[in-house]
Design a protein around this ligand. Structure first.
Ligand SMILES: [Zn+2]
Length: 346
């Protein structure tokens, strides 16, 4: 992690959320303008792995739902997300932050598992410092491993989608899902350029794991940063993934979902949009997709791509004052290299 990134994450708690959102929107406009050939669709990511023989039961594509629960607001909405998905016949995984601003009730984890959902680990503290240094990552990995064991979890996703596939071997995971095929808005924007899962082979003493890239744009990117008002981009991307027989993997944050009343500008979007997307998939692709938990995809990936390795178990507009906006724009112009790098982490 570079010096600017470190500096930014040290100062991040002091930067008002609204300022961060406005900076991200300004930056996103620039990024979008110069990356339309690779986002939301990167044509180079459509080829399956060499040994790929298709999805279980001859399904056309896989559809995988995941959720990162960032803060206590998200925790309080988990049941509502579960109910929505259950009512439409879907199941998903919920990733919880072990040492964040909330504690995950045992009863909630048990309830999720009883009802066919999955529980995973999301970062350690969610402070952007997980990858500060190799030694720090090793220490963090030890703590993360203890939570994985206690929670009987096999999956992981880093905060801010930070990733280092080599270092991730330190975790006792069956799969990681901190990468993406193409997401030019992320702080670490190097996509893995595939819409298929792949196997990260282990070495002596270090087990391999499946990498499950996110292949559908995150809710926060679409609705909070790009200020989309419809699910058109989700549909466009999923149709393309389905056409090429890939894996549609989505990360939606309960923290940002508004289930009643008006969404808070800049921090929430209508949960109804998520319902619309699930309904779209269900109706348009009836019988054609494998709706699987991430750990099931990981097991399938291992079986297909590395059968000798791995564990046995399947395991809103106008909310800043004009003065504040001018300040952000001016900073952007004057301090572009520094601010751009810092915004990359927002
Ligand atoms: Zn997160």
């Amino acid at each position: 992690m570079g010096v600017v990134h470190r500096l930014y994450f040290a100062c991040r708690p002091l930067i008002p959320h609204r300022v961060r959102i406005v900076a991200r929107r300004l930056r996103a406009k620039r990024i979008l303008a110069r990356n339309q050939d690779v986002w939301p669709i990167d044509p180079c990511s459509q080829e399956p792995p060499a040994a790929w023989r298709g999805w279980p039961e001859g399904k056309k594509f896989a559809f995988v739902l995941t959720h990162d629960v960032e803060r206590s607001a998200g925790l309080s909405r988990v049941y509502e997300v579960m109910k929505m998905e259950e009512s439409l016949g879907f199941r998903s995984s919920f990733n919880f932050v072990p040492e964040g601003d909330y504690s995950t009730p045992v009863g909630l984890r048990q309830s999720l598992e009883r009802r066919g959902f999955e529980v995973g680990v999301h970062d350690l503290k969610h402070d952007g410092k997980l990858y500060y240094s190799r030694n720090r990552f090793r220490r963090n990995a030890s703590r993360i491993n203890s939570y994985l064991k206690t929670w009987n979890a096999v999956g992981f996703r880093s905060g801010f989608m930070h990733h280092n596939l080599e270092w991730l071997h330190d975790l006792d995971v069956f799969y990681d899902s901190s990468t993406f095929d193409s997401d030019v808005f992320e702080p670490q924007p190097d996509g893995v350029r595939t819409i298929f899962p792949f196997w990260c082979t282990g070495t002596p003493g270090r087990s391999g794991y499946a990498e499950l890239p996110c292949t559908l744009p995150q809710d926060s990117t679409l609705f909070l940063i790009l200020q989309e008002r419809t699910i058109a981009i989700w549909k466009q991307k999923l149709d393309w993934v389905a056409e090429h027989g890939g894996m549609g993997l989505l990360n939606v944050h309960p923290d940002y979902m508004c289930f009643s009343g008006a969404p808070k500008p800049g921090t929430e979007f209508p949960a109804e949009l998520y319902r619309q997307f699930l309904s779209y998939v269900k109706e348009r692709y009836t019988g054609l997709y494998w709706q699987a938990l991430p750990r099931q995809v990981a097991a399938f990936c291992r079986q297909q791509l590395c059968p000798r390795e791995g564990p046995e178990t399947d395991p809103q507009p106008g909310f800043l004052s004009g003065k504040a906006i001018i300040t952000v724009v001016a900073l952007s112009n004057i301090m572009d290299p520094l601010l751009t790098a810092a915004c990359d982490c927002l």
